[in-house]
Design a protein around this ligand. Structure first.
Ligand code: ZN
Length: 283
């Protein structure tokens, strides 16, 4: 019997050693879990909205959706509609100093103040077929020959196949009420552009309507204070709207040399969206 038992014991020992070897090999294979940590950190950083501060090259460049958007400073933007043979749309063209601007197929004005409804800028981008979408009080200031469409809040439009809707834009904060009273029926716009949804808020405070915008790809929000939301209010608005990308506007002219600290504060405060500071374009 002894002769049989000994080889059996030896066989059991070999099997035990083999199992022990395998499980330690598995543990080693499981090890790479830890080095993956930095990837998670990058994703968190992305969500936290550190914007164009890609520094180390980890962050993506300006997202594709913004490649069709140009910022001329303040609330002045140009959009290229790739779905319609590159039609050109402007919102609140303002203070164009140079002369080489692409002509507009549609111009959108948010309200009648001089820094949004600027006749000299509109004249530089006008062509015979330009359509101008205007809320109350602006048409008479522009004094240009063009087809006008009246913009009123909470309405859906289709202009030559381009679909957009209007959102109210007004002040709710005491001390600002006289600048953009709700009764003026001024607007922001929500565009369906290049299969994305783009929201230009106009001059506004953080208003209840911002809670019902639905899915927004890019939100252009004023952060400059005095006449509109300040940075803190705009952070609350941006976190509520939760657009994929939030672009601050309407602040550099108002804040002067302090503007970059406002940008930093905004980027740090917005948690539900990726903040991108666009580069100002001059022609
Ligand atoms: Zn303004």
């Amino acid at each position: 019997m002894k002769l049989v038992v000994l080889p059996l014991l030896a066989a059991v020992l070999v099997v035990l050693l083999f199992i022990a070897g395998c499980s330690s090999a598995e543990k080693q294979q499981g090890q790479p879990e830890k080095p993956e940590q930095p990837v998670q950190y990058v994703i968190e950083d992305y969500v936290a909205g550190s914007g164009e501060e890609s520094g180390g090259g980890i962050m993506p460049e300006v997202p594709e959706v913004l490649s069709s958007v140009k910022w001329f400073g303040h609330a002045s933007f140009m959009f290229t509609d790739r779905n319609s043979g590159n039609k050109i749309y402007y919102v609140d063209p303002f203070e164009f100093k140079g002369g080489s601007y692409e002509k507009a197929d549609i111009v959108f004005i948010t309200h009648a103040h001089y820094d949004h409804c600027d006749p000299s800028a509109v004249k530089k981008i006008l062509k015979p077929t330009t359509v101008i979408v205007v809320p109350g009080g602006c048409k008479e200031k522009l004094k240009v020959n063009a087809e006008f469409i009246d913009a009123v809040p909470n309405k859906e439009y289709d202009v030559n196949g381009f679909k957009f809707r209007t959102v109210p834009a007004y002040n709710v904060k005491p001390g600002r009420l006289q600048y953009h009273p709700k009764s003026n029926s001024w607007v922001g716009y929500v565009f369906q552009l290049n299969n994305q949804t783009v929201y230009h808020a106009g001059d506004t405070d953080f208003i209840p309507e911002m809670k019902q915008l639905g899915k927004i790809s890019v939100a252009l929000l004023p952060i400059g204070g005095t006449y509109t939301m300040d940075v803190d209010e705009a952070i609350a608005a941006a976190n509520t709207i939760a657009a994929d990308i939030t672009v601050p506007m309407h602040y550099r002219m108002l804040l002067g040399s302090n503007y970059s600290s406002a940008e930093e504060k905004f980027k740090a405060g917005v948690k539900n969206s990726k903040v991108v500071i666009l580069e100002e374009v001059t022609a």
